[in-house]
Design a protein around this ligand. Structure first.
Ligand code: 1HN
Length: 349
């Protein structure tokens, strides 16, 4: 590959003439926007300790009343993008949100899609599109694009959850905005009840479910049971993983980011195939070591880390006697839909 001409190689007055007409020569920047062989991601492998951030999040509860915050969140920002960008990866935003007993986070809707992975506490709920979704540890609650959502808390202890949004992408697209709304009226008769048994679907005879997002709450008890049954039934299965899907279509639960739960068997080490999307790992139960290229993070319960795309990742259960459960978010649906998804499996070809 030959060296390309630099900007400094051009006469200054020529560059000035170009700039005055809003013109830019491509060749000095071509290698930067199109690096050889593989991308040069800004996303850096980064880990966030729950134990370290928890006291600071609780302190935010003392410093800033909910009315002054609307959403009381500490953003898990990737230094490779610059902290002020509030990005974990190119398309993924992560934040830890605190809601105190009796607090209310008012109703709004927005273009970015969000999910919440409940980390700690009982008694809070999110109302999404009129469906009241109780929050318990490990539950996944969707607030897809355009749906009204608000959070309340009837319990007596702080509740914390991990927010995952596709905000960086939607913002980059100049398509990010929100609308405030009145408190929602809870509609009875909605909920995930009809979808929590695998293999059977609600079959309305007289009406068709027109909902783009028919299932909004994925209870951890069900997901955990599915993983354990899978592990028990298929002892040779290397990756004991399930994907959070839209039960009506079988497609990913949301359009841009993918969500998964993975069980590491006691003592298991799992090397993932090298693929184009960036990934986020959050420990629901147990402990894990996450190796990203030449970096290693030791994660305890409720810890979170991210890995750029095109990078080797190995997960290892730190316990030899107990399984470990991880929540994973990645950019697979986005890469697949855009036709840029790549799988570079050096292990299996
Ligand atoms: C949002 O609406 C929530 O509703 C949380 O809880 C975090 C981060 C950026 C933009 C919107 C919420 C958010 C957010």
């Amino acid at each position: 590959m030959n060296e390309l001409g630099r900007l400094e190689d051009l006469p200054a007055d020529y560059v000035e003439q170009l700039r005055a007409l809003n013109l830019v020569p491509l060749w000095p920047s071509l290698r930067a926007v199109l690096p050889p062989g593989q991308p040069r991601p800004n996303t850096r492998a980064t880990a966030w300790s729950y134990q370290a951030l928890r006291p600071l999040l609780l302190k935010a509860g003392e410093l800033t009343p909910i009315e002054k915050a609307e959403r009381r969140v500490l953003v898990l920002a990737n230094p490779g993008h610059g902290l002020e960008k509030m990005q974990a990866s190119a398309a993924i935003y992560l934040g830890m949100q605190l809601l105190l007993p009796g607090e209310w986070a008012p109703s709004h809707r927005h273009t970015p899609n969000a999910v919440r992975m409940i980390v700690e506490g009982e008694g809070a709920y999110t109302t999404v599109d009129g469906e009241k979704c109780p929050m318990s540890r490990g539950d996944l609650i969707l607030t897809p694009t355009g749906l009204w959502h608000e959070h309340g808390h009837d319990g007596d202890q702080p509740v914390v959850w991990l927010d995952v949004l596709d905000l960086p992408l939607v913002y980059y697209m100049e398509a990010s905005y929100h609308v405030d709304g009145p408190r929602q009226t809870v509609k009875p008769g909605s909920g995930e009840g009809g979808y929590v048994r695998g293999g059977v679907l609600p079959t309305p005879v007289f009406t068709r479910s027109a909902k783009a997002y028919p299932m909004l709450r994925y209870p951890w008890a069900q997901t955990r049971a599915a993983l354990q049954a899978l592990a028990a039934q298929q002892p040779e299965l290397e990756a004991v993983q399930v994907t959070y899907v839209n039960p009506e279509t079988g497609a990913h639960a949301q359009n841009i980011l993918g969500y998964y739960a993975l069980m590491l068997r006691p003592g298991q080490a799992l090397t993932l195939p090298v693929r184009s999307p960036a990934m986020v790992f959050h420990v629901i139960e147990g402990g894990a070591e996450v190796r990203v290229a030449d970096q290693a993070f030791t994660l305890a319960e409720a810890d979170t880390c991210c890995a750029p795309g095109y990078t080797a990742v190995t997960l290892r259960n730190r316990s030899a006697s107990e399984p470990s459960f991880l929540f994973i978010a990645d950019e697979t649906p986005l890469h697949t839909k855009l036709g840029v998804f790549e799988h570079r499996d050096e292990h299996r070809g």
